[in-house]
Design a protein around this ligand. Structure first.
Ligand code: NI
Length: 135
């Protein structure tokens, strides 16, 4: 069995503890194993190489975060073929919510979303995928 050490911000750690209690997990490791299994299963489902999909990617970010707005915009322009439209909401003084409609091959849509979600400063990233039949 492999052992990992993971660092969590206080806020995230607290939320995770609540999640563990609510779901009745006996320990953190079991909760993390389930989360990983769940994510990997989803990845496998979405990895069908030629399947087409429409995706809705949403995330929150602090627009004061150094260089982040520019990096996100560049990413969208770099993938203008799959990034169809973005709704931008100024949530409060600091935070912005974006909801992006994506369309294309499922792995490409997934990779684009992963690239956005993994940017430092991007929070609550979520991709919802709708499979599409090819016409
Ligand atoms: Ni904004």
């Amino acid at each position: 069995m492999e052992r990992y050490t993971v660092s969590l911000e206080d806020e995230l750690a607290e939320e995770f503890e609540q999640f563990i209690q609510q779901r009745g997990y006996k320990n953190r490791s079991e909760a993390i194993r389930d989360l990983i299994r769940d994510k990997l299963k989803q990845e496998r489902l979405e990895a069908e190489p030629d399947s087409q999909c429409v995706g809705c990617l949403s995330y929150v970010y602090n627009h004061h975060e150094r260089d982040l707005s520019r990096r996100l915009t560049e990413r969208h322009h770099g993938h203008h073929d799959i990034s169809l439209s973005t709704l931008h909401v100024h949530l409060d003084h600091d935070n912005c919510l974006e909801a992006v409609i994506l369309k294309g091959k499922t792995p490409e849509v997934q990779a684009f979303a992963d690239g956005v979600i993994s940017q430092p400063g991007v929070r609550h990233g979520r991709l919802f995928i709708l499979p599409m039949e090819e016409t």
